[in-house]
Design a protein around this ligand. Structure first.
Ligand SMILES: Cc1cc2nc3c(=O)[nH]c(=O)nc-3n(C[C@H](O)[C@H](O)[C@H](O)COP(=O)(O)O)c2cc1C
Length: 330
């Protein structure tokens, strides 16, 4: 049984990874319904929160039904990170997660995200100060290291634990790798096998089949799997993994009706949350995956991703349901 602070997250939890422009409240709610045990917001800039940037503030919205939920923040300035904790606390999340893994230049160049992997002392002192500043559990998401020659994740994880981090999720790539190559779970297992470690260590990177999740559990001995890309437009991935764990068999993929229903629900939740215009616009990126595998789908897809009004998108869903009823996904 894994615990993040006092939060019981069950045996080998599946965590929805924080993903910019993806892990918004509607998507998190769908993943939760399909079996995600813990969900995270996308990363939120501590500087943006302090400036009261409306866009950053909106990312703090959470639904009761998605708990336990972690709000992820990033930054490299101690004062800003501490001030942003106070803002984040008002949203009443279950967890505050620190992003020490984002590889993109505009974040890294300010020493934030994976940029902090070049200054482990700062990474540890920031974490320590944040732990002291809140009663909520502080968790960390990071990468193996800055580059191949500077991987010290076993030592780093131990230091983060010692200053009070309540769990660590590790993406099995270095910053230098960005998203290239294959995630290496070996060093994550080394962290877990360190006899001094007692907080949960979650593995992340390339879990895109139930077998891989099982390997992360049984071969690498990790405490849970954090899942990102495999869930984009496919929230059913969580239930498929759980079914495989429970039975050793693959669950049949979702039916067309289930997919249409999810798309409708997603769009409706998005509109309820951020209004017609943004809701329609920001849900578009999910449809391709929802309906992946249907031949000659272009005409329908085009309608879904080019219509500016929800009424037209909902009409396109109805057409899809009628046209492809009974289609067998493999
Ligand atoms: C579109 C996208 C956005 C992401 N945004 C974030 C983010 O905001 N915070 C973060 O910690 N990681 C972010 N990541 C990294 C993921 O959380 C995860 O570490 C990475 O995708 C590897 O896991 P996967 O192979 O299961 O996708 C993002 C990844 C993607 C694909």
């Amino acid at each position: 049984m894994s615990k993040i602070g006092n939060i019981d997250v069950g045996e080998f939890p599946l965590l929805l990874a924080p993903m910019e422009d993806v892990s918004d409240p509607p998507f998190r709610a769908l993943c939760k319904e399909q079996g995600a045990d813990v969900v995270y917001t996308e990363f939120i800039s501590s500087e943006g929160l302090i400036r009261d940037a409306a866009k950053s503030r909106m990312k703090l919205d959470i639904y009761e039904k998605e708990r336990p939920v972690g709000i992820q923040i990033f930054g490299a300035n101690l004062d800003s990170m501490l001030q942003s904790i106070e803002i984040v606390e008002k949203s009443n999340p279950d967890i505050i997660d620190i992003n020490f893994g984002c590889p993109v230049k505009k974040v890294v160049s300010k020493g934030a995200g994976a940029g902090i992997l070049k200054d482990i002392d700062l990474m540890v002192s920031l974490t320590a100060a944040m732990v002291k500043h809140t009663n909520l559990p502080i968790t960390v998401k990071t990468r193996l290291g800055w580059d191949h020659d500077s991987i010290k994740i076993v030592e780093v994880a131990e230091r983060l634990q010692d200053v009070g981090a309540k769990s660590i999720a590790i993406h099995g790539r270095t910053r230098a790798q960005m998203y290239k190559g294959v995630a290496d779970w070996g060093p994550i297992a080394d962290v877990k096998n360190n006899p001094r470690m007692h907080i949960p260590i979650f593995g992340n990177g390339d879990v895109d089949t139930p077998e891989k999740a099982m390997e992360m559990r049984d071969k690498f001995g990790l405490d849970g799997a954090m899942i990102g890309r495999a869930s984009i437009g496919y929230p059913w991935f969580f239930r498929e993994v759980k079914h495989f764990f429970a039975t050793g068999e693959h669950l049949a993929p979702p039916t067309l009706e289930e997919r249409v229903q999810a798309a409708r629900k997603h769009l409706q939740m998005a509109i309820d949350w951020k209004g017609e215009k943004l809701g329609v616009f920001e849900t578009r990126r999910h449809y391709t995956n929802y309906f992946k595998g249907i031949p000659h789908f272009k005409e329908f897809r085009t309608k879904m991703v080019t219509s500016d009004h929800s009424i037209d998108v909902f009409a396109a869903f109805d057409e899809v349901e009628k046209e492809f009823s009974g289609f067998e996904f493999v």
